[in-house]
Design a protein around this ligand. Sequence first.
Ligand code: AMP
Length: 513
Amino acid sequence: MNIAHWLLDAAQRWPQRPALFEGSHLVADYQAFAAQARNRALQLRHELGIAPGDRVALLMKNSCAYLELFYAIWWSGAVAVPVNSKLHPLEAAWIVGNAGARLVYTDAGCTFDGLALPAGCRELAAPGLAEPTPLPGDALLAPHPRLDSDLAWLFYTSGTTGRSKGVMLSHGNLVAMSLCYPLDVDAASADDAVVYAAPMSHGAGLYNFIHVRSGARHVVPASRGFQAAELFELAQTLERVSLFAAPTMVTRMVEQARLQGYAGEGIKTIVYGGGPMYLADLDQALAVFGPRLVQIYGQGECPMSITALSREAIADRGQADWAAIAASVGRAQACAEIRVLDPAGQPVAAGEAGEIVVRGAAVMQGYWDNPQASAAALVDGWLHTGDIGFLDERGYLTLTDRCKDVIISGGSNIYPREVEEVLIEHPEVFEACVVGEPDAHWGESVVAFVVPRPAGNLDALALNDWFLARMASFKKPKKYLFCTELPKNSYGKILKTRLRQWLKDPAGSLNDL
Ligand code: AMP
């Protein structure tokens, strides 16, 4: 099934329901949204020569036009290639070329000026929202027929550990992922307003489907990005707001909420995921926002749908093992089966750490044009996530780290995540990130990059005492490096590669990381 049927269906059932908002301003109902998507699909097919299966890239900041183009692409049977709008044009051009895109929409239509786009690819400015024009004939009245296995979305990984790869997500993958949302994440209804505060090229964009299916409102903030104060204002105006946010965004929301005395009014649900949420930060978020938080764990290769930790489990602080549950990523979602394997590929016992593998209907079809990487990631139908963690007897999964991030010091495995958890608990630490550094004696040693809270008095000695009072000394950082900010990508993920690079070649100040 072509997932664009969900938009057609919503428009037939609820033509006048409000669909697209720029800030708090309504710009299209469901009928107009679907008519625009269909018109643009016809334009793609007849004026721009896009055939079913062709790739069309989107290198744009969040906008309502982004949603229309998404559905136009799917309606026409083509494949969307959303590209992180904050990438350098050279990086973006690499992705566009790797995907073999025939067309790339950009905000102004001149991102690639002077740069060679791959042969056969054109750049076009994203169209503005316009009144739907009458349609020629009755062609494409319904979305172009697609099989569940046909590609819908080429999802380029954020590349925090190497060159970005194109994850092939089919229409069937996207349907399966979306159906898990009301089962495991949050009820979705027509009264909801989903706010796209995080980039639509990633997790936030993937949450459009279930909200189209439910006839909900889709809201792009006027800033076209994430600003906590703007978000709170929108929530109070529009009500029943839900959003996807990286943990670093949640931390910023907590800070801003404290500043203005806001307590989550108008927010229904904050779904967080995409990176570790430290217990100390979650505690603060609960204190400010109450039972509005749900966690998901996923990766491009099994988008948004490996596990979920429910609102109730997160908020139930009275429960004896709350800390263990809240530090986990929850239980398998409805379309995912999870195992934890030892290095020989055998399942380990409950409580033992190993590589997390997953299979199910949302798992990707493979990597685009990369059979070698596909074969390494998909073994006997199981996706090897590259994440390390353990399952407890009740089925809760706890992530300890990425395989590549584990530090092996003096023959012991040290998971940066647990060291970070202890550092973050310190009242004068705002952020911390731990990486390994080559060490002639130990193999690797632990290095902590720390962002102190302003007006504090933090030093390495104090942090060392704090650490040793809580954790085995072999895990203790050998070095504490203080900086004003940690380098992050536009999804809010901390760039550990950059920190490791800096350790290798400490050119420039720590504050310019
Ligand atoms: P991406 O494919 O860019 O979305 O990155 C996926 C990776 O982010 C996963 O493999 C995990 O390492 C990490 N990740 C995603 N969700 C969580 C979560 N809830 N907690 C900790 N790490 C996460």
